[in-house]
Design a binder for this molecule. Sequence first.
Ligand SMILES: *Cc1c(COP(=O)(O)O)cnc(C)c1O
Length: 397
Amino acid sequence: MKLSERASNVSPSPTLAITAKAKAMKAEGIDVISFGAGEPDFDTPENIKSAAIKSLQAGFTKYTPSSGIDDLKAAIVDKFARDNGLEYQKNQIVVSIGAKHSLYNAVLAIVNPGDEVVIPVPYWVTYPEQVRLAGGVPVYVHTDESTGLVATAEMIERALTPRTRLLILNSPSNPTGGVYNRKQIEELANLAVSKNFYVLSDEIYEKIIYDGNKHVSIASFGPEIKKLTVTVNGFSKSYSMTGWRLGYAATEPEIAAGMSRIQDHSTSNPVSFAQKGAVEALTGPQDAMKRMVAEFDKRRSVIVRKLNEIPGATCATPGGAFYVFPNVGGLIGKTGNGKTITGSDSLADYLLEDAKVAVVPGTGFGAPSYMRLSYATNMQAIETGLDRIAESVAKLR
Ligand SMILES: *Cc1c(COP(=O)(O)O)cnc(C)c1O
């Protein structure tokens, strides 16, 4: 059978591939330490779970409005006002089945076939695939350590053409953990307004930010950029609700209506009782999230220190999310177990084989001399896993 062009053009997720391989080894009884996880290792806070359970028991089990229930939209409107200084009305909010779904709805609502979408590299693996599914053309902007792997307005401007329709921005970033500073975001906002392109701002790691920094939403730099922005956020990362599948977007009423129509005919509403849990997440106590972020912060300093002790690896201290993204370029060209390390793919294979440690190669994020390690795992695993990586790296010749 010949698949459609659309289906044939989609690549499998490289992050899922390595975690699957590590899981298979674990199932064989091999003691594998995995740094692959893209989700917090904490349980969903109890108050959120009970709100969903109560609503289930009360029979809240039917279809809801496709773009989300009214009380959740109201809680989201309050959240944007409180946390981001952004005023939205309920008709500007679309609740979807995960932030990934919100992003996809936004891409489908904005991008026409042939339109160019600017994506800074390293990027979250899903962005180029969603753009291609919409018939759009990803245009990559390469970054390096001189800007902390962040794309400046100057760099974005060089990639613009008359076909540029959208910029996808992700701060704090997956995979790098990098955070754009206020000035960098303001300059991007000014560029978008002067060149008239849309911005899809993925702010899913908003709350996972360190060193007393505060997240800045690009839409908050005035009414003009707000009109051009779709802000996406969700519950998976901040509230450890990955399996609940809930995310949301805030944007101009016309774009929100377009996204809702797409959702009407593809998935309909997000899960009814999950939405009730989400209302509690936004309106209830926030201390479980704060404890989680404090724990991530401790792990962050340990993993960064231990990575920098490995000759051939250099690791910047990430400002947010729960990933480190060390440059392992110094190990490329070396040989281990009779095989040459040609890039982060073969390095990840070597580490899985020799150290029994799973890391995600940077190739899938557009950055083949880097690898991604998630520290959403316990401190013991971080200590032991990094020791094992150091031992295996020391054997490379
Ligand atoms: C995890 C993640 C998402 C998707 O989150 P869901 O709400 O679970 O769909 C979106 N963007 C980035 C960068 C992520 O890491």
